[in-house]
Design a protein around this ligand. Structure first.
Ligand SMILES: [Zn+2]
Length: 272
């Protein structure tokens, strides 16, 4: 699943090719994504230019002077810029063609993504307005996490993966950040101290930043905007390493299911 770093990488990768470029054509081949793609965008967008691109959580917001295209990559989606004519494949659902010859292609085999249009302020859209702060924002602080976390008994891993608490901390990042912070993932949130939150936040930011720097990827089926696989997966300390020795202490990494998600930890480095 594309995670926040992949989405951020996508935004950075596509923006130089499409910003302030005039759209000549929008081809919708398969409107049935999670919600139907509004047909009217194929009439509305030609002649218009995206003026800015913004990421909010895992949503890509393509702002025009008349509204915003809200794009989510779902479980398996990808946005690519193509510069030579490439025949669309089975899962290439949308092409946005620009006057500079660039084609922004939306591909989504599992169709859990979305492409929606709004003429209201995009951040106030139903999908976006209840989201928690961005992980790189000042609002995402130990004080903030401690204040809302002290009333919650859910395992800390579920808490930091809750998009109402903070956005963008996916399963892999949550396991890795908790390992780096030496916090056991099943620890009830209200037992995590403010000092531990300070350390945890530092590691969440560092891991996400490192992954963005490396071009995003965490999963084998994700390719960045230039089609290259990322490298973050080679540096995972606990995720997917069930039974292998901990890189710090040699103890076998264990796994547990939390909130229906595989969770990996070192029982020695992250004691309960
Ligand atoms: Zn260990």
């Amino acid at each position: 699943m594309p995670e926040l770093p992949e989405v951020e990488t996508t935004c950075r990768g596509i923006s130089p090719h499409i910003l302030e470029q005039t759209i000549v054509k929008v081809i919708i081949r398969a409107p049935k994504l999670r919600w139907p793609i509004p047909k009217k965008i194929s009439k509305l967008l030609p002649g218009k230019q995206p003026i800015s691109i913004e990421r909010r959580a895992k949503y890509i917001l393509l702002h025009f002077d008349i509204g915003t295209l809200i794009i989510h990559l779902g479980m398996s989606g990808r946005l690519q810029t193509l510069f030579t004519h490439t025949a669309p494949g089975k899962h290439d659902h949308v092409d946005i063609v620009f006057a500079n010859g660039c084609c922004l292609r939306y591909t989504d085999p599992r169709r859990f993504g979305c492409m929606l249009w709004t003429e209201e302020p995009a951040l106030e859209h139903d999908l976006l307005r209840k989201l928690g702060p961005e992980p790189f924002s000042k609002e995402f602080s130990a004080k903030y996490l401690f204040e809302i976390g002290c009333k919650r008994k859910v395992p800390i891993k579920n808490f930091i993966m809750d998009s109402k608490v903070v956005v963008g901390v996916g399963n892999i990042y949550a396991s890795e950040a908790l390992f780096a912070a030496k916090i056991n993932p099943v620890t009830p949130t209200n037992e995590v101290t403010k000092d531990q939150f300070t350390i945890l936040i530092k590691h969440i930011k560092a891991i996400l930043r490192k992954s963005i720097k490396q071009g995003g990827t965490t999963l084998k089926d994700f390719l960045d905007n230039s089609g290259k696989p990322g490298y973050f997966s080679q540096q995972l300390q606990v995720y997917g390493r069930d039974g292998e020795p901990c890189n710090i202490c040699g103890t076998a990494i264990e796994s547990v299911t939390l909130g229906q998600r595989n969770t990996f930890f070192c029982p020695s480095c992250q004691p309960q």
